[in-house]
Design a binder for this molecule. Structure first.
Ligand code: ADP
Ligand code: MG
Length: 352
């Protein structure tokens, strides 16, 4: 299927507050999404994800800004004329219709002929894995199956853009992981552009071509999962995605792509070509090695066996540093109260 990109330019949504003031729920958001791309809007509750998605779908009117699907500016089109379909967290199925009729509903409204509807519904049922469930009613389906019906209902309208608002939040953890791979598979198979709202970072990491990190109505960073994880632009992004040690450091000098880093009083050269001065270093817990020798010493204040890694907190100059030490069965473990040393590959120090 030919897919279309989505462009959003300087999108703003202001809600009036009870005190007569303005609240900027979405504040100057610009996004350029490629045809066939899978993009997630990720951020804490209340940061404006749903409002952004609803403006794209046409359920909410922007205060200002422009929205394009392909070449067409769609601000003034009603939702059913927009080439987009939305999949909701609540599924929004008709309880008194069976699976077949729930999926066929949108086409019946469009007065498509019966045999063509039948052909399309059967294709979609196959695609989303609901064969032999045609006659069941929503209350005879598991949560995962209901979500497949909701997805089928969106897909059958052959939209150019699929919009998802936290579609898996009502499922238990195992099923959520399974359904997200299913969604990704189906999205790739039909080659449709997808915009997916979630507050769950692992969902965003596993699904996305690119992640858009939102905070207080604004975009903090747009990037691939790898860029967002290893090169967060600021403290908010570093802290929101994964676990981050955020350490005050001083860059004392910079020469030919190397910076002299002062970290806990130790001086080391790291790959760097930014400015000198007081900065913050981001080091992920799995990038730190722990041992009886190393760069900087501290006292172990927490040592927890987590199965695939040993979880340590080591106190260095009054600051707690988190370490995830992989393959703990291969190593001698440190216990609380012991002295230990940390070291790290200088390539894994990211300065913000
Ligand atoms: P998210 O989906 O990221 O959790 P929302 O987009 O739903 O956030 O909401 C963003 C902010 O806008 C929230 O503070 C929310 O309370 C507010 N908001 C959402 N809808 C309305 C509305 N209809 N009227 C007033 N405020 C709203
Ligand atoms: Mg929301």
């Amino acid at each position: 299927m030919e897919s279309k990109g989505v462009k959003i330019k300087k999108l703003v949504k202001i809600y009036p507050t009870s005190k007569g003031k303005e609240f900027r729920a979405v504040d100057d958001v610009s996004i350029d999404i490629e045809p066939g791309e899978f993009v997630t809007l990720l951020g804490p509750s209340g940061c404006g994800k749903t409002t952004t998605l609803r403006m794209i779908a046409g359920f909410e009117t922007p205060t200002s800004g422009d929205i394009y699907i392909g070449e067409d500016r769609i601000n003034d089109l009603p939702p059913n004329k927009r080439d987009s379909s939305m999949v909701f967290q609540s599924y929004a199925l008709f309880p008194h219709y069976n699976v077949y009729d729930n999926i066929a509903y949108g086409l019946k409204i469009r007065r498509m002929n019966k045999s063509l509807i039948k052909e399309k519904v059967e294709n979609i049922i196959e695609l989303v894995g609901l064969k032999d469930m045609e006659n069941r009613f929503p209350d005879q389906l598991s949560g995962g199956q209901q979500q497949r019906v909701a997805l089928a209902r969106a897909l059958i309208m052959e939209p150019k853009v699929l919009l998802f608002d936290e579609p898996l939040s009502n499922l238990d953890a195992k099923l959520r992981n399974y359904m997200r791979t299913e969604i990704r598979k189906i999205q790739k198979k039909v080659n449709i552009t997808a915009i997916y709202v979630t507050h769950d970072q692992s969902e965003a990491m596993s699904l996305s071509d690119r992640i858009i990190i939102m905070n207080k109505g604004r975009i903090e960073q747009i990037g691939t999962p790898i860029e967002i994880y290893y090169r967060p632009k600021n403290e908010f992004v570093a802290d929101f995605i994964g676990i981050a040690n955020i350490i005050n450091v001083n860059i004392e000098s910079v020469e030919s792509g190397q910076g002299l880093l002062n970290i806990f009083g130790e001086k080391i050269w790291i790959p760097y070509n930014g400015e000198i001065g007081k900065r913050k270093a981001i080091i992920r817990p799995e990038a730190i090695q722990i041992g009886k020798k190393g760069l900087i010493s501290g006292e172990i204040v927490l040592s927890t066996f987590m199965g695939s890694y040993q979880d340590y907190v080591i106190n260095i100059n009054g600051m707690d540093i988190k370490i995830q030490d992989a393959n703990p069965q291969e190593k001698e473990k440190f216990t609380e109260g012991e002295e230990a040393y940390i070291s790290f590959n200088t390539r894994h120090v990211h300065i913000i």
